[in-house]
Design a protein around this ligand. Structure first.
Ligand code: NAD
Length: 412
């Protein structure tokens, strides 16, 4: 199933619950604007290559559009469209004054030099600088991009528009960034896990965790959960799966990754599971997909043993697998809530850039914990009241807020 069709299916389940009309469904689902641009650059060896970049601006009825920029070789318009819609519901679930957008460039950043990445990023900004900005659409990091890329975006944007640190978030702390932004998505995942375990009457000490992905989100979620006394027994990244039934040595793994371009390749301090996909089917208490989309499918859903799944990645679960999980009583905390810590911290960064004021790490963490705690309680209560899954409840909350803002603002 295509990525946008999957998002649509989740949307429709919630729209049925709130009895949204067909015309409103069409209005809320249709993106405001989709842009595809050519990015020709000269490679380090003098060769000319052309890449394709996308930005989809899905909805702005609640405020400027907000969403990450992904660098991955499989990026296409359908995926970006689907992720942009997810951002609209996500910002609404956490009640941020934002709409949703997403961008991406179809490149494999691991095969490019830093200078090539910088040239691609700057050329992309040259192409779309008049379509984004502090009051219209604010990019942020996603898979394959980081604070360096955000700094290049800001610098290139300012060549056209003057001083505008609020045009992008996730910047380096030394350059109008926010202390705590980098950890925020993973920290948020951890906060939600602790709240969910408590609601389900489980203890962190008795929770064995498997995490797919050891990048920004996966590594920070792992750190937070280990501090919360969960036992991290398995972690994977693009180089393979690493397992220790007694708990992995996380600080050793982090040290290895930092010394090897954020990769666990060559790490010898754990067992290997050998078959790709094994981690998703491990006998654990909690599974956290924190890498790619579409990894939980009809093929492996019946083999998943974890009774709880927390979707740190965007769109890791196909709708067919989601139904299998519901039938089997597996509790799924959906992406539009589970990974909302990143956009919430991005909101704090944007507010401070606009006020020329900066908070310390403690205040950022306090505000983040409060915002995410409130969002979790709203979704949990709605799910209980309406006897629906946490995913449907989160979509009901998000779609309801966007729908009301759309009507209040006047449609035609
Ligand atoms: P990242 O690029 O920092 O890390 C991605 C990780 O996934 C790396 O460890 C990589 O090795 C691993 N990976 C890639 N292919 C894999 C495979 N086949 N099997 C196992 N691991 C694999 O990306 P990130 O920022 O951590 O983002 C991860 C997910 O979280 C994405 O779905 C992203 O959309 C979502 N997300 C990120 C943020 C954020 O603030 N960074 C916010 C919200 C959602």
């Amino acid at each position: 199933m295509k990525a946008f069709d999957a998002t649509r299916l989740y949307f429709d389940r919630a729209a049925d619950q709130i009895e949204l009309t067909d015309n409103m469904r069409r209005l809320l689902l249709t993106p405001k604007r989709e842009v595809q641009v050519q990015i020709p650059i000269e490679m380090d060896n003098g060769e000319l290559r052309t890449f394709i970049g996308y930005r989809v601006q899905h909805d702005n009825s609640r405020g400027p559009m907000k969403g990450g920029l992904r660098y991955h070789h499989e990026v296409d318009l359908d995926e970006v469209r689907s992720l942009a819609a997810l951002m609209t519901w996500k910002t609404a679930v956490v009640n941020l004054p934002y709409g949703g957008a997403k961008g991406g460039i179809a490149i494999d950043p691991r095969t490019l030099s830093r200078r090539e990445l910088e040239r691609i990023t700057r050329k992309f900004v040259d192409n779309i600088h008049d379509l984004f900005g502090p009051d219209t659409d604010i990019p942020a990091p996603d898979m394959g991009t980081n604070s360096d890329v955000m700094a290049w975006i800001m610098n290139q944007y300012e060549k056209y528009h003057g001083f505008s640190p609020a045009c992008v978030t996730g910047k380096p702390v030394e350059l109008y960034g926010l202390p705590g932004r980098e950890e925020a998505t993973g920290r948020g995942v951890g906060i939600f896990v602790v709240k969910l375990l408590s609601r389900l009457g489980r203890k962190p000490q008795n929770t064995r965790v498997a995490i797919q992905g050891f990048g920004n989100v996966g590594s920070h979620a792992a750190k937070f959960l280990q501090d919360a006394e969960c036992k991290i027994v398995a972690i994977s990244d693009a180089s393979g799966d690493y397992y220790n039934k007694n708990g992995l040595d996380l600080s050793d793994m982090l040290k290895h990754a930092q010394a090897h371009q954020n990769s666990l390749a060559g790490y010898r301090g754990a067992d290997r599971l050998f078959k790709s996909g094994d981690l998703l089917e491990l006998d654990v208490d909690l599974l956290i997909p924190a890498a790619l989309g579409g990894v939980l499918t009809m093929e492996n859903a019946a083999k998943v043993k974890a009774p709880i799944i927390v979707e740190a990645a965007n769109a890791p679960t196909d709708p067919g697998a989601d139904e299998v999980f519901n039938d089997r009583g597996i509790v799924v905390l959906p992406d539009i809530l589970a990974n909302a810590g990143g956009v919430t911290a991005s909101y704090f960064e944007w507010v401070q850039n606009r006020q020329h004021y900066s908070w310390g790490l403690n205040r950022v963490r306090q505000e983040l914990d409060k915002a995410l705690g409130d969002a979790f309680e709203s979704v949990w209560q709605l799910a209980q009241e309406r006897k629906v899954t946490l995913r449907t409840a989160a979509y009901m909350l998000g779609i309801g807020r966007v729908g009301r803002a759309t009507v209040l603002g006047g449609i035609t």
